[in-house]
Design a protein around this ligand. Structure first.
Ligand SMILES: Nc1ncnc2c1ncn2[C@@H]1O[C@H](COP(=O)(O)OP(=O)(O)OP(=O)(O)O)[C@@H](O)[C@H]1O
Length: 330
């Protein structure tokens, strides 16, 4: 339960997003094709992939800013690509989006930036707008900075202000486009903790696009990897972190050895040369414990550490899950 904007209590929110056979191209050039995945309600999923593989395009397609060539995006029984503009406008209110740069209006102070969606999309009186804006600024730790302009604050604060704005209409699905880009490791750690805490407080469904491998390894319940025009894999965190599939293994462990090259895919000669030189992939590193909410309570999508591996007959890399009990049989 979490407080609603009218001061009452509401049942946990968060909706499932079911994507099937989604394909998107620009000028006949496919960005990705036949993407099928389900974002489980209230869980955190991360989407990874080399630069330029269309992760931002995927987020924009989900929220209806871009139209796919084919495929469906089912949310609460509605297929987004098939909705009229008017119906889509309504469904979009389910979404909060944190764009890469925070996408704040440079001439407005933080208060007005955060208030903007409320003033645009609702008819709430100014006193109510003020109450909600302060509630969200408090959630992201920005009370006291509300009169500052975006140009007067740090990149990390801009991200948090963008997050407060993304939260202001109490979205059920929150999309984050590289929330950690341009942040130092300490600020990234704070932001990741904030994301996990917000997920617990709001129960919304989160999808995070990131290049930060530590974020990908510790924050989500599920991980997806887009590579070479398709979704290479999507599933529970443990499944990808214990995967020996070459692309997944290479990407999640940030290695040079493997099928992914500097530009995109390595060609056959490069792979042959690697094989001839006897270059071997290093062993999989231990699966780290999942990041917990700072109040010590459970995450909504929390599973017993090692459970996925145990149920699927996969031996996790040695040292996985820190001191946690591994593979509790249920
Ligand atoms: N509106 C558009 N019109 C034409 N092409 C586009 C458009 N938007 C994106 N693209 C192209 O789609 C491809 C994927 O871009 P996108 O920004 O989604 O990649 P990305 O995986 O998010 O990259 P990065 O990790 O570097 O942010 C790129 O080749 C890009 O030029």
């Amino acid at each position: 339960m979490y407080p609603t904007t009218d001061g009452g209590q509401e049942e946990p929110v968060g909706v499932e997003v079911r994507v099937e056979g989604l394909t998107k191209s620009f000028g006949g050039q496919p960005v990705w094709r036949d993407v099928t995945l389900t974002l489980p309600a209230g869980e955190i999923s991360v989407l990874l992939g080399p630069s330029g593989t269309g992760k931002s395009v995927f987020l924009k397609t989900l929220v209806g800013l871009l139209k796919p060539d084919r495929g469906s995006i089912m949310i609460e029984g509605q297929d987004l690509p098939r909705l009229s503009e008017r119906a889509l406008y309504e469904v979009r209110k389910l979404f909060g989006v944190l764009f890469q740069d925070g996408a704040l209006f440079g001439s407005m102070n933080l208060f007005d930036n955060v208030a903007f969606p409320l003033r645009e999309h609702t008819r709430k009186p100014e006193s109510e707008v003020r109450r909600i804006v302060y509630e969200k600024l408090e959630m992201v730790g920005l009370v006291g900075a509300e009169h500052k302009l975006p140009g007067e604050i740090s990149g990390g604060m801009r991200k948090r202000a963008g997050l407060a704005r993304a939260l202001v209409l109490d979205p059920e699905i929150i999309l984050f486009d590289e929330p950690d880009s341009g942040l130092d490791p300490v600020r990234t750690a704070y932001l990741n903790q904030l994301i996990v805490d917000l997920n617990q407080q709001t129960d919304a469904t989160f999808l995070i696009v990131t290049h930060d491998i530590n974020t990908a390894r510790t924050v989500p319940d599920n991980i997806g990897l887009i590579y070479h025009g398709h979704l290479a894999m999507f599933g529970p965190r443990e499944m990808l972190l214990s995967s020996t599939e070459p692309v997944v293994r290479q990407f999640l462990n940030a290695q040079r050895v493997g099928p992914i090259g500097m530009a995109e895919e390595k060609d056959a000669d490069e792979l042959q040369a690697e094989a001839a030189a006897g270059v071997e992939l290093p062993p999989l590193p231990p699966i780290p414990p999942q990041l917990r909410p700072s109040n010590g309570r459970r995450r909504r999508g929390e599973r017993v550490a090692g459970q996925w591996c145990w149920r699927n007959g996969v031996t996790p890399p040695p040292g996985s899950f820190g001191d946690e009990v591994v593979g509790v049989r249920r």
